[in-house]
Design a binder for this molecule. Structure first.
Ligand code: HEC
Ligand code: HEC
Length: 260
């Protein structure tokens, strides 16, 4: 009897059977409150120029994956218009994010949220994982290092933006970033980089999160610039200091002083 009463009064059952239309409707309500001020009442975009920036782009056809990425990483709702929508505390729970995504997906066809079988590397055997890391490293070097640095530590972009560091980003969000190309990042559609190649990139990025230290100075792993500066300051600088020291200790320089 207790079980029967529980089943009758438990509110959870209502959620589980929530139909797609109800989800879309709830998503629309959330959207009107939290997003429409920038993206328009029907997500058609608002192109009011403020400080030369578009206020909020149209979301028709960006797909559920873009919403899941933007809202799931806290980028949206954007706090104020600016050069970059940075990561921040996530404002919506999983259910609400799903509803927002369903609403935007209902406006026009776009990439769907990837499933765990697309992005998860947990199911790979040790050898498969090695193979994936190797392939992923190649793909990363050719497609991503220009902006994110060979080590995934990020870098500056034109017009005040930046490509963020890629350490500690959730697997799903890495996949979605490739799929939707946020801001000035290129879009790597599934025709461009197959789902398997995307998963390989994820395996590679996860493998460099905790790199083995081989000793010596890491110099922050920032690549040629920091290494070059180090070489200049300590290598060339040291040589110059040594040359001055030699010049100051030769008989000729002493003789010069005597003559003066
Ligand atoms: C203060 C204004 C503002 C608010 C509020 C806002 N956005 Fe945005 N949104 C922007 C701007 C500007 C961009 C484009 C720049 C960027 O991607 O960083 C954007 C981009 C996006 C994109 C990426 C579109 C693409 O082409 O991939 C999505 C998805 C999105 N917003 C969803 C939302 C959702 C959902 C909400 C509400 C929870 C929301 N936004 C609230 C201003 C806003
Ligand atoms: C043209 C430059 C560019 C290229 C090439 C590029 N990215 Fe990005 N990437 C960016 C920028 C800029 C952002 C930040 C977007 C934002 O904050 O809205 C970004 C964001 C990301 C994020 C989100 C990080 C976070 O903190 O949530 C991931 C993951 C990512 N990129 C992965 C990749 C991978 C993998 C590749 C190669 C397949 C790649 N990117 C290629 C510029 C680039």
């Amino acid at each position: 009897m207790t079980g029967g009463l529980y089943a009758a009064f438990s509110p959870a059952t209502a959620h589980e059977t929530e139909s797609d239309t109800a989800k879309i409707e709830k998503g629309r309500e959330l959207f009107l409150v939290g997003c429409s001020s920038c993206h328009g009442l029907n997500a058609e975009g608002i192109s009011t120029q403020r400080d030369g920036q578009q206020y909020g782009p149209s979301l028709i056809g960006v797909g559920a994956a873009a919403v899941d990425f933007q809202v799931g990483t806290g980028r949206m709702p954007m706090a104020q218009p600016g050069a970059q929508a940075p990561r921040k505390t996530v404002a919506y729970n999983e259910e609400e994010t799903e509803q927002l995504a369903a609403y935007v997906a209902s406006l026009g066809a776009g990439p769907a949220v990837p499933t765990e079988s697309d992005y998860s590397i947990d199911g790979l055997s040790a050898e498969e994982r090695q193979e994936a890391i190797k392939n992923g490293g190649q793909i990363f070097l050719t497609n991503c290092t220009a902006c994110h640095n060979f080590n995934g530590s990020g870098g500056a972009m034109p017009r005040g933006g930046y490509a963020p560091a890629l350490k500690g980003v959730e697997e799903k969000h890495i996949y979605e970033a490739m799929l939707t190309g946020p801001q000035s990042m290129d879009v790597f559609s599934n025709g461009n980089l197959s789902p398997e190649q995307k998963r390989d990139v994820i395996a590679y990025l996860k493998s460099i999160e905790n790199p083995t230290e081989y000793g010596g100075f890491g110099l922050g792993g920032l690549g040629p610039v920091s290494e070059g500066i180090f070489a200049w300051l300590f290598g060339v600088g040291g040589s110059v200091a040594f040359a001055i020291w030699i010049a100051a200790h030769t008989t000729r320089s002493k003789k010069g002083k005597v003559e003066a």
